[in-house]
Write a protein that binds this ligand. Structure first.
Ligand code: B1M
Length: 222
């Protein structure tokens, strides 16, 4: 069993989506995250084992390499695709309650801002780390965040911004969320955002990259 879990972790780490995928070249023709996850389920491996001992492990390696500049956005996107492929097989078990998630993360790019590549990477990494991710998309205003916070009591919120002109919208969104759910933890990120800015607007945490977001979320469980 450990062998197939390690092979799934490697597919995610190196971005091997399925057998037909030509990437990475040294794994050409081999089964990918798609086939191996299905084989593991067919062989009776529990879906939470696949999530925690393969997918989380693979995504963790990806996050660590990205933080150390050992891989870059294109490789990370391939890993995210492999992770999504494996996730498709696991998702029905979340819905049936057979696999428990760590919590819910409501994520969006703030009002006025259409950049979503970084936000999507954060969403993928957090999902790969075992959290349910509610992705509200781009150009998300306070009302939309609040609606989702009300629908997911106890959730953590993630705000992304890529423009100096839109990061300022984070402040009013944080204020509005606090009005309806004072204890909601709010994480902010995006290229122009900083630790200082995070504290200035009353958010709880700033992270520079997806790995930092995962670390922060997991720290909330301790
Ligand atoms: Co735009 N854009 N853009 N753009 N764009 C930037 C951001 C810019 C720096 C380019 C430049 O001038 N050098 C500049 C912003 C200047 C500023 O405000 N300081 C800029 C501008 C000005 C604009 C427009 C205004 C241009 C125009 O129309 N005149 C316009 C605005 C549109 C709008 O949003 N209303 C615009 C439009 C666009 C496109 C639509 C063409 C496209 C976006 C496509 C898309 O996202 N689907 C685009 C792109 C691609 C870029 C650049 C080139 C790349 C951004 C990106 O995806 N980076 C960017 C220049 C650059 O960064 N080199 C630029 C890769 C991504 C993985 O990194 O998003 O930083 P990033 O995410 C990182 C971290 O920040 C972090 O994790 C990610 C992985 O490490 N992170 C979080 C992100 N969110 C997080 C949330 C977290 C935690 C971590 O917790 C919740």
């Amino acid at each position: 069993m450990n062998d197939i879990l390690e092979r799934i972790a490697c597919c995610i780490e190196f971005g091997k989506i399925n057998k037909l995928s030509p990437y990475p070249p040294n794994m050409k023709g081999e089964d990918g995250a798609d086939e191996l996850t299905k084989q593991a389920l067919d062989a009776g491996v529990a879906p939470d084992q696949i999530l925690n001992k393969a997918m989380v492990v693979g995504m963790d390696r990806v996050g660590q390499k990205f933080s150390k500049n050992k891989i870059f956005v294109p490789q990370m996107l391939m890993s995210a695709k492999a992770m999504s492929m494996a996730m498709q097989h696991i998702k029905p078990f979340f819905q049936s309650g057979a696999v428990k998630r760590k919590g819910t993360f409501v994520l969006g790019t703030v009002a006025g801002d259409l950049h979503d590549i970084g936000k999507n990477l954060v969403g993928m990494m957090v999902e790969g780390a075992g959290w349910e991710v509610i992705d509200l998309g781009v150009d998300v205003n306070a009302d939309k965040f609040i609606k989702s916070v009300n629908e997911h009591p106890g959730c953590t919120v993630g705000l992304s911004a890529l423009l100096t002109t839109t990061m300022v919208n984070m402040e009013s969104i944080v204020l509005e969320i606090r009005k309806v759910a004072v204890d909601t933890k709010i994480l902010v990120g995006g290229a122009p955002v900083s630790d200082d800015f995070c504290h200035k607007i009353g958010a709880d945490n700033y992270s520079a990259d997806p790995q930092g977001a995962v670390k922060y979320l997991n720290s909330l469980l301790a």
